[in-house]
Design a protein around this ligand. Structure first.
Ligand code: NAG
Ligand code: NAG
Ligand code: NAG
Length: 332
């Protein structure tokens, strides 16, 4: 199995740090006080030398206690476990394979899988999950296969839920209650080669245009593409999601709604009004300018007249002076 690079360090939230600290302390205490912890096997489970712990179908209602710390495979399927306790689960830092299918899980979050950096296979199918939040699978840098089918109430997967699972190759979210799926982070996963979407009531409206185009363009990636069909609107029901991709593309980018028409009318009016006002302003400015120029010209003319009078006087004066001085020199 290939190891993907660890996600770049993000500032950890304080509660998470506390949680980790607490967990390190508890770990130390447990190892010191009861060496049985790492050697034993939980009640109603079978443990073998290959570090496989098998607890399937044991009517468990809680996560098994006293799991061997070095457990590599944990199978707790077909029970009625309602919660995956982050503290207990994250002791198991060598865990590679985790099958939680067919339980009563209602919630998983970022802290649930906080420390499982080697986990490659995760099965959450046949549970009662309702939504998947941002970065729920964030810490799972080695995750290759994620199965999350048959959660009848699961109707929401955050766009960035898988954003950091760079090793992910197979995602199966078949037979849930999904209507839309934002594919921006899925498209960025370099190794993704198989996606299961069938058995969901997909919306075939513009809100799901990207997904349906993706199914159309890369149908080879989709398992059971024939069963991946529209659940709404009524006139699209039962049509294949991939088949309506192109139709949605044209539909969602060409038709104009009443708001668009209103927008154009308003814009037209604004342009018209702005044109009228600016023409009027232009006119006013030009008239004022013309008047100003005229006034200036008149003023200049007046000033010129004054000046020419003055200069003629002064030149006459100067001539007199010269004459007088000349006369003086002659008389000397
Ligand atoms: C789920 O587990 C129960 C036992 O807890 C079993 O009877 C049932 O068949 C299982 N369902 C599936 C789909 O595996
Ligand atoms: C699936 O989602 C719809 C709303 O989108 C809701 O009305 C319905 O109850 C949900 N189904 C289940 C089984 O939760
Ligand atoms: C999908 O999610 C991304 C990231 O959260 C967001 O930027 C984008 O607008 C979303 N796309 C749609 C169609 O909602």
């Amino acid at each position: 199995m290939r190891l993907a690079p660890q996600p770049s360090a993000r500032p950890l939230r304080l509660p998470l740090i506390l949680l980790l600290l607490l967990h390190v302390l508890l770990l130390g205490a447990a190892v010191v006080s009861s060496p049985v912890v790492s050697a034993g096997c939980p009640d109603r489970c079978v443990c073998d030398e290959q570090l496989v712990v098998q607890c399937a179908g044991q009517h468990l209602t809680t996560f098994p206690a006293d799991l061997p710390l070095a457990t590599r495979q944990l199978i707790i399927s077909n029970n009625r476990i309602a919660e995956l306790p982050p503290l207990a689960l994250n002791y198991l830092s060598d865990l590679v394979y985790l099958d939680c299918s067919n339980n009563s899980l209602t919630e998983v979050s970022q802290s649930t899988f906080g420390n499982l950096r080697k986990l490659a296979y995760l099965d959450l199918s046949f549970n009662t999950l309702r939504r998947v939040e941002d970065r729920t699978f964030g810490p799972l840098a080695s995750l290759v296969m994620l199965r999350m089918t048959d959660n009848p109430g699961l109707s929401e997967i955050h766009p960035d839920a898988f954003a950091e699972n760079k090793a992910l190759q197979v995602v199966d979210v078949s037979r849930n209650n999904l209507t839309v799926l934002n594919i921006s982070s899925l498209l960025a996963l370099p190794a993704l080669r198989s996606v299961g979407l069938s058995g969901n009531p997909w919306s075939c409206r513009c809100d799901n245009e990207d997904l349906s185009l993706w199914v159309h363009l890369e149908s080879f990636k989709f398992q059971d593409e024939g069963q991946t069909v529209c659940g709404s609107p009524a006139d699209m029901q039962g049509r294949r999601l991939g088949e309506v991709g192109i139709q949605l593309r044209t539909l969602c980018h060409q038709t104009l709604g009443s708001w668009d028409y209103l927008f154009f009318v308003v814009i037209g009016f604004v342009i018209f009004a702005a044109g009228t006002v600016s023409a009027w302003l232009m006119g006013v400015v030009m008239v004022l300018y013309e008047r100003y120029i005229k006034k200036k010209d008149e003023q200049l003319d007046l000033e010129n007249e004054d000046e020419s009078n003055e200069t003629s006087h002064s030149s006459r004066g100067r001539k007199d002076c010269n004459n007088r001085s000349l006369k003086n020199t002659y008389t000397v």
